[in-house]
Design a protein around this ligand. Structure first.
Ligand code: UDP
Length: 346
């Protein structure tokens, strides 16, 4: 038995949807995830479920990331920090329009606190959750990282754009800092064990949670928003990525950061599959993968939605040595397995 150094990785929002899957991917790659989460939008048994998958418990701290003293206490408790993956944020687009201050205070506040601590502690490597929403409706498909950033459609989207800018500005004045901005496309699915997945809170805004809840009989029918888009079947196109593929991209991004000798600006990577699927294709693929019908109707377009967006993910493949390996059918199957473990709303 050697004296192998533990590589602690702070995972803010580590009990959330993408955070919990990333903890699994980190552990599988030999890292020690250290979760900090205020459990505002996640269940308290998630760390136990992660432990069941990886076979060992992980440290968890119930602290709000905007609480600087609480965060300092956590950083003081560990000797070495290999990096931080910052997920902690609110993410409901509609709610952000109704409650902009809540979104700005939490999403921007937690990032400012974290960057201050990175400045004060030997914690230098940051992976930031960003989103393809920064591209708005792109002129050219697939979108590369050079595609222009468009004005945000919601306070949520704006917190991602501003977050990217804040990190970029701080990077300029922090010689030891290494950072990466991952622009996620549409994360879906769940861990194949069925032990962790996306937590449903009321009526889902996102497509796949709505599809699986309709299949389970929790919802009468899915409404497909818009059938007059300029796409082959008239429904909108997105790049759906299995959450475990996305989780693994974070591990690769962290590895990449440790190879960078110097950095003046953050690394920016699209994290998608490189393939677009229409809403109708998602429904058809779900029915094929599970044998279950999803009652649906067509409705009008949802305000703020773009017609088509999918990633050019070749930069991530070349630089991070990462690409998505799971299919849409697998992701929908895994989302369905997870859904079947959930209790219907009271
Ligand atoms: N969508 C839909 N019905 C729903 C939810 C979503 O037709 O109940 C469509 C939505 O209009 C978009 C796609 O599914 O074209 C993906 O939407 P989602 O909210 O999952 O992700 P977004 O791309 O908006 O971040």
């Amino acid at each position: 038995m050697g004296n192998r150094k533990v590589k602690n990785v702070l995972v803010t929002g580590g009990a959330g949807f993408i955070g919990s899957h990333t903890c699994v991917a980190l552990a599988e790659a030999g890292y020690q995830p250290v979760v900090v989460d205020n459990f505002a939008n996640s269940q308290s048994d998630v760390p136990d479920r992660i432990a069941q998958i990886i076979g060992t418990a992980i440290p968890v701290h119930q602290v709000d990331c905007t609480d600087e003293t609480g965060m300092r206490n956590i950083l003081d408790r560990y000797e070495d920090w290999h990096g931080v993956i910052h997920f902690a944020a609110y993410k409901a687009v509609g709610e952000s329009v109704a409650h902009p201050l809540k979104y700005y205070r939490n999403n921007i506040g937690s990032l400012l606190t974290l960057l201050q601590l990175m400045n004060d502690y030997p914690l230098h490597h940051l992976v930031f959750s960003s989103s393809c929403t920064v591209y708005g409706e792109p002129d050219h498909l697939p979108v590369t990282e050079k595609s222009p950033v468009r004005p945000a459609e919601s306070p949520y989207g704006y917190t991602k754009q501003v977050g990217e800018q804040i990190i970029t500005d701080q990077q300029q004045v922090s010689p030891a800092m290494r950072s990466v901005l991952l622009r996620y496309f549409n994360p879906i699915g769940a861990h194949p064990s069925g032990k962790i997945g996306e937590l449903p809170l009321g009526k889902p805004e996102n497509l796949v949670p709505y599809v699986v809840q309709t299949a389970a009989g929790w919802r009468d029918q899915l409404t497909i928003f818009g059938r007059d888009y300029p796409t082959e079947d008239g429904t909108a196109i997105r790049d759906y990525i299995h959450v475990m593929d996305l989780a693994e991209a974070h591990v690769k991004a962290l590895d990449w950061l440790h190879q960078q000798e110097a950095q003046e600006t953050p690394g920016i990577f699209n994290i998608g599959t490189g393939r677009g699927h229409s809403v109708k294709e998602v429904v058809d693929t779900f029915e094929d993968a599970t044998g279950i019908k999803v009652p649906h109707q067509f409705g009008s377009r949802r305000p703020g939605d773009v017609s088509s967006i999918y990633a050019d993910a070749t930069l991530a493949q070349r630089e991070l040595n990462w690409s998505a390996s799971r299919t849409l059918g697998e992701a929908l199957h895994d989302a369905w397995m997870w859904q079947q473990t959930l209790k219907p709303p009271a």
